[in-house]
Design a protein around this ligand. Structure first.
Ligand code: GDP
Ligand code: MG
Length: 163
């Protein structure tokens, strides 16, 4: 069985875009509108010689994040619990939101190791968001651009101890 990486984060941070880049097939639905990833998607990823199973999750994409956890959110939380590492994406351009903080609280309380990545950080665009993300208390955030394929070496180095 391959080690498993669960990509988690609030809507629209680029989870499905990263999933597609890692898996190399259009298995996850990507859309500008939040909430379009309806299911858990999984596929085998290759990253500079690392091989792992990657899961694209959608469980924090509820219309109203303050409602009680729904079925999708339970699925996402189960995926994170079962994963060898969680890759927690934030939007490096927008910086932290209350939902990011809520997800971080949940991740800090769990047992699964977490890597924080500030996405949409092509060029230097995500640096302020990346620095802000230190406050999540989940270690040193890395900067990536799922869309442009930047930060891949840092992602590799971060994942390597866990997969
Ligand atoms: P998800 O809701 O977290 O699965 O996010 P998606 O993968 O569907 O992406 C949401 C939006 O962000 C889409 O319009 C993507 O094209 C865009 N996006 C994803 N990754 C990047 C990135 O690295 N840079 C920029 N500028 N946009 C991105
Ligand atoms: Mg998605």
């Amino acid at each position: 069985r391959l080690p498993t990486v669960a990509i988690v984060g609030r809507p629209n941070v680029g989870k499905s875009t990263l999933f597609n880049r890692l898996v190399g097939k259009r298995l996850a639905l990507v859309d500008d509108r939040p909430g379009v990833t309806r299911d858990r998607r999984e596929g085998d990823a290759k990253l500079l010689g690392l091989e792992f199973r990657v899961m694209d999750t959608a469980g924090y994409e509820d219309e109203d994040p303050h409602t009680l956890p729904g079925r999708m959110r339970q699925q996402t939380e189960a995926a994170v619990r079962a994963a060898d590492v969680a890759l927690f994406l934030i939007d490096g351009r927008e910086g932290l939101t209350p939902l990011d903080e809520e997800i971080a609280r949940w991740l800090r309380a769990g047992q699964t190791p977490v890597i924080v990545a500030a996405n949409k950080a092509e060029g230097n665009a995500g640096e302020s968001g990346r620095l802000e993300a230190f406050a999540l208390g989940l270690g040193e955030p890395i900067a990536i651009s799922a869309e442009h394929g930047e930060g891949i070496v840092d992602l590799f180095e971060s994942l390597r101890p866990f997969v």
